[in-house]
Design a protein around this ligand. Structure first.
Ligand code: HEM
Length: 532
């Protein structure tokens, strides 16, 4: 112990110097008190962070500060503060905080979501923006519509197989959803052939895509664990990063190596297969092909950029879309009155002879369905507390001093549950987004004209989700198609919207629940339509 005293003394003095050197004449944002040196490690929310952040917001104000050792964390709980710092001042708030285990050792810094601000990130955004911008994404509408139709087709097969009463095994719709969305995103990025069984086309095969979805799940699970702040010792003591794998207690190096290997497989295997298909003239139009059309003789570095952005878009696009659609299934199972209104609208505008299309959304033909989609995204944003940004210079926000290097978190769930903006924010009420005068399809339902969600569920500034337009249209067409074809109800009579259980972590989605689907049209008409 005596031997350690000088070390402890030097460490304490360094931390105190550091602490006082970062003080400014302006006050720092308020927040929980915490302890000297340790900061708020005991108050650091370990579960459902978004709820704790909101509680702090209600207590301390829209801008809350807390500390984990020397790390300063700023939580923004209102749309005004988040827009000001992360949108308007995006040039200096676009960076990501340093992630030693997850970013540097496991190599996720090479993926778009964690890549630090600078040349690599700018190049990535340019590549992805070319294919997924709101204008360019319209070329993908037919792919998304086809994916939604095939999902309906798969659900119907599941219905018939499940029982003579045409009830589905409660867990099945969501399992099918995982596969369907995975195939849809893979189709867009790698040109996968996701035709129904028995039919073949071009691009990656279904087996290859399903293997890829599995690999992505494995890599993502490791990613999620390492992303938790201070999950690994090396996140506390960065110098440990240089310790070799054979060193005692350096098990994290082995974890990091295995995760790196998984990530390499995830990045290069589907990419190389797609290149093979493109070179043999056996591909489908997709993100990778588009990038190569625009740059037919890429350098190795440019190829590297295309491969890593493809992997980033696939991993960024699947769990988030699946989470939002799972929220839809939960919400609609528990709100029969909402379901009835949405189906009335679909029946009146679309009728039984065709399935909805994205052109219906464009023409704003189904305003209630659009409000329902917004309500799903508002109630359960897929990243409830966004993805952390980092202040790249000292900032002053609403008279408070925010030091350069602070981690900045936009509490998206808190912002979308702000009582001063949304009446009864914990209830599921799509009509909040409808005009007070009602809509042509629902003239008798007065809306509340509350502010739309805008791009809040998709984050801010130069980090705004590049898949926003694609996700928005995908979710819409899945929702409209499923409601056209099925009546959906809950199989758990004790389950309510208020007591439903949600995943606890960086992704928000409902935990498994029982859902029953019953076709609401003749089987033959669903089959004919869904096979188009
Ligand atoms: C409902 C679906 C989705 C939601 C709610 C969502 C939400 C988000 C959020 C909140 C961020 C972080 C933004 C920030 O740091 O401020 C993000 C980043 C990202 N998303 Fe999405 N996303 C969805 C779907 C998709 C899709 C379909 C794709 C790709 C096809 C995608 C690709 C990405 C990528 C690559 C990033 C990292 C961007 C960067 O750091 O520059 N996402 N998303």
């Amino acid at each position: 112990m005596a031997d350690a005293l000088p070390f402890i003394l030097i460490l304490s003095v360094t931390l105190l110097i550091y602490y006082f050197s970062r003080r400014s004449a302006l006050p720092k944002p308020p927040g929980p008190r915490g302890w000297p040196i340790l900061g708020n490690i005991f108050e650091n929310p370990v579960s459902h962070k978004q709820r704790k952040y909101k509680e702090w917001g209600d207590k301390y104000g829209p801008i809350v500060r807390y500390n984990l050792f020397t790390d300063e964390i700023i939580v923004l709980n209102t749309r005004e503060t988040a827009t000001e710092l992360l949108e308007k001042r995006s040039a200096s708030s676009q960076d990501r905080p340093r992630q030693i285990m997850c970013g540097e050792l496991m190599n996720w810094n090479k993926a778009m979501g964690l890549s630090r601000a600078g040349y690599q990130h700018r190049t990535y955004r340019k590549l992805v923006g070319g294919v997924l911008s709101p204008t360019a994404v319209r070329n993908l509408f037919p792919v998304e519509e086809r994916a939604a139709r095939l999902f309906v087709h798969d659900l119907l097969r599941q219905c018939s197989a499940a029982s003579t009463e045409k009830n589905v095994d409660p867990t099945k719709p969501l399992q099918l959803l995982r596969r369907s969305v995975g195939r849809n995103v893979a189709g867009i990025i790698f040109g996968a052939d996701f035709a129904p069984e028995g039919r073949t086309g071009q691009g990656l095969t279904l087996e290859e895509v399903d293997q890829y979805i599995y690999d992505a799940d494995v890599a993502h699970a490791k990613f999620g664990r390492a992303l938790v702040p201070f999950a690994y010792m090396v996140d506390w003591m960065p110098w440990l990063k240089h310790v070799p794998e054979w060193f005692p207690f350096a098990g994290f190096q082995r974890d990091a190596r295995l995760a790196r290997e998984d990530l390499e497989v995830l990045t290069w295997v589907p990419f190389n297969k797609t290149l093979e298909r493109i070179n043999s003239g056996n591909s489908q139009p997709c993100y990778v092909e588009f990038c190569l059309d625009a740059n037919p003789n890429p350098t190795p570095e440019e190829l590297d950029h295309i491969a890593w952005t493809a992997m980033s878009a696939f991993t960024g696009g699947t769990d988030t879309t699946i989470g939002t659609l799972s929220t839809f299934f939960l919400a609609i199972s528990l709100h029969p009155e909402v379901q009835k209104l949405a189906q009335q609208e679909i029946d009146e505008v679309i009728g039984p002879d065709r399935m909805p299309s994205l052109a219906d959304r464009d023409r704003d033909q189904l305003p209630y369905v659009s409000a329902l989609v917004q309500e799903c995204l508002r109630s359960a944003p897929a990243f409830p507390y966004g993805v952390s940004h980092r202040a790249m210079k000292d900032e002053i926000l609403d008279g408070y001093f925010i030091a350069k290097g602070s981690t900045v978190i936009a509490n998206l769930w808190g912002i979308l549950h702000d009582e001063s903006v949304y009446q009864s924010p914990h209830s599921f009420e799509p009509e909040r987004f409808l005009p007070k005068t009602g809509t042509p399809t629902n003239p008798n339902i007065p809306g509340r004209n509350e502010p739309g969600i805008g791009s809040i569920p998709w984050g801010y500034g130069r980090r705004l989700c590049p898949g926003m337009a694609m996700a928005d249209s995908s979710v819409w067409i899945y929702v409209a198609s499923v409601l056209w074809a099925f009546d959906i109800s809950s199989t758990d009579k004790d389950l309510t919207w208020q007591n439903a259980k949600w995943n606890d972590g960086a992704f928000l989605f409902p935990l498994p629940f029982g859902t029953r689907l019953v076709p609401r049209r003749s089987v033959s008409s669903i089959v004919t339509e869904s096979e188009k």
